[in-house]
Design a protein around this ligand. Structure first.
Ligand code: ZN
Ligand code: ZN
Length: 486
């Protein structure tokens, strides 16, 4: 205690000394950024981004003006037009809207799901994107897990298959991948194949609120069975009734479900593509972005206004500092990431890669944000023979609390994976996904759930990372193009 007090006094004395001496005020001379080394410039971009709120402001603007932006909807197209105009006004050299054919899917207005026996009550559920409309009432066959359903030989003919598997929580989001993803993607069709007339799943969710989480299932083309996701508490409820049923304390569970899903004729979706032209190698392109569309229940603030706003804010920080990258920075707001599509059609990422495949050899790197608005915790960089690059990135990202992963990246993300398969090196600034699946695809995906200081940290990491690629000559090892594109 004494030592601390003495130290404090000494510090106070030191702090007070200049005031007593009254030195002449010296005006700080602003150093023009271009005379700094690229690493020092990246450091300034990083530090200034921590204060900028630029991404948060973009998320606020787009979600306030347009609300939800479902894949292939008029709202998505309008948001795309607005974004292109806004990016031009921000100082991007070009900003264009690129359309592609798309099959939208529209949720019915009066969807419902309820238990009609043995204990009648309403449930909170939503139809899965791409699933078929219909009204059914049938006995439920309840499975604790996806594997239990797959392994079971139970006759589900004329029944409703219910899968109650909870989703595991983790910072990297593994619980959403291989273990539970197939429930939503493949579940309805697998149940239909076995003769079921309806499909119900526990939402892919890590929260215990009474929000069902939307999400796509494989495109049913209106020829499937009604398929819905129910909230976690409702799944728990069904689990308790199922346990009573097993003990002979309750009769068979009956469920009534209605979905009015509509499959409009083929329309259009859009990608927004904006560029800051490179000064030395304009043909070399660094692709960064996130998706424009969202689910219909919330306003898509976290998924994925935050993602594309991060990319925009990182590029904007370069413009705002009067810097001109050597290579072209291309920001892409990919349309229609969320929904499944019939054969021959695809997401914005798919259509972007198809339209720009000829440029792939000139794409230096691609980076995407589609994992929320919380802080970056690790970085997965592409492989490179440039020994200094990793050390530089380590120096730049460590102050933000970001660790560089030892293993280089071996894939893209949801919209950049197609580019990776064309031989474009991808990198990922991995955000903390511990809470991501609390609000994911729910009515609670709104601006109010975003912490600006977390989003600023992400933009800081992106700004420094982007500048060390676009403002340098670093080259990455190109992945082997995938032999067969699906
Ligand atoms: Zn997303
Ligand atoms: Zn999503």
């Amino acid at each position: 205690m004494k030592a601390i007090a003495a130290g404090l006094l000494a510090a106070l004395a030191l702090a007070a000394a200049p005031a007593l001496a009254k030195p002449k005020p010296v005006m700080p001379v602003p150093k023009p950024l271009p005379v700094l080394t690229p690493e020092a410039q990246a450091g300034v971009l990083r530090d200034d981004a921590l204060q900028s709120n630029a991404a948060y402001q973009w998320v606020s603007d787009i979600t306030t003006r347009f609300g939800a932006r479902p894949a292939g909807s008029a709202k998505e197209r309008a948001a795309g037009e607005w974004a292109a105009a806004r990016l031009k006004a921000m100082g991007f050299d070009t900003a264009v809207v690129e359309s592609f054919p798309y099959h939208a899917w529209v949720r019915g207005a009066n969807d419902s799901i309820e238990i009609t026996g043995p204990f009648p009550q309403k449930l909170a559920g939503v139809a899965l994107g791409g699933s078929t409309a219909g009204e059914v009432e049938a006995e439920a066959v309840i499975f604790d897990s996806w594997q239990a359903f797959v392994d079971s030989t139970a006759d589900v003919t004329g029944k409703i298959v219910v899968i109650l598997q909870p989703m595991a929580r983790s910072t990297a989001g593994e619980g959403y991948g291989a273990t539970s993803g197939p429930i939503r993607w493949a579940g309805p069709m697998a149940a239909q194949k076995r003769g079921a007339v309806g499909f119900v799943m526990r939402s892919l969710s890590t929260d215990d609120h009474r929000f069902p989480h939307a999400g796509a299932t494989n495109w049913s083309d209106g020829k499937g069975i009604p398929a819905m996701a129910i909230s976690s508490p409702d799944a728990e409820q069904l689990g308790r009734i199922s346990a009573m049923q097993r003990k002979g304390e309750a009769g068979p569970v009956k469920i009534h479900m209605t979905s009015g899903a509509v499959f409009p004729p083929v329309g259009t979706s859009v990608n927004v593509v904006a560029e800051i032209k490179g000064s030395e190698h304009p043909e070399q392109v660094v692709v960064i972005g996130g998706h424009l569309d969202s689910w219909d229940l919330g306003t898509g603030a976290i998924d994925d206004a935050a993602g594309h706003a991060i990319a925009i804010a990182a590029a904007k920080s370069i413009l705002d500092h009067g810097l001109r990258p050597k290579r072209t920075i291309r920001v892409v707001l990919w349309g229609s990431e969320e929904m499944s599509q019939p054969e021959g059609f695809g997401s914005g990422g798919f259509n972007y890669a198809r339209a720009h495949a000829a440029e792939a050899p000139n794409m230096v790197a691609a980076m995407e944000a589609d994992f929320g608005a919380d802080k970056v915790i690790t970085a997965t960089l592409p492989a490179t023979a440039d020994a200094a690059y990793g050390k530089t990135m380590n120096r730049l990202l460590t102050p933000l609390g970001i660790a560089i992963k030892r293993e280089p990246s071996t894939e893209g993300d949801s919209d950049t994976d197609v580019l990776y398969n064309l031989g474009v090196p991808c990198l990922t600034l991995n955000q903390d996904g511990y809470d991501y699946f609390n609000t994911h695809h729910t009515p609670d995906d709104v601006l109010d759930r975003i912490h600006p200081e977390n989003l600023n940290q992400v933009v800081a990491a992106w700004s420094a990372t982007l500048w060390m690629i676009a403002g340098s000559d670093v080259t990455f090892t190109r992945p082997e193009p995938a032999k067969a594109e699906k």
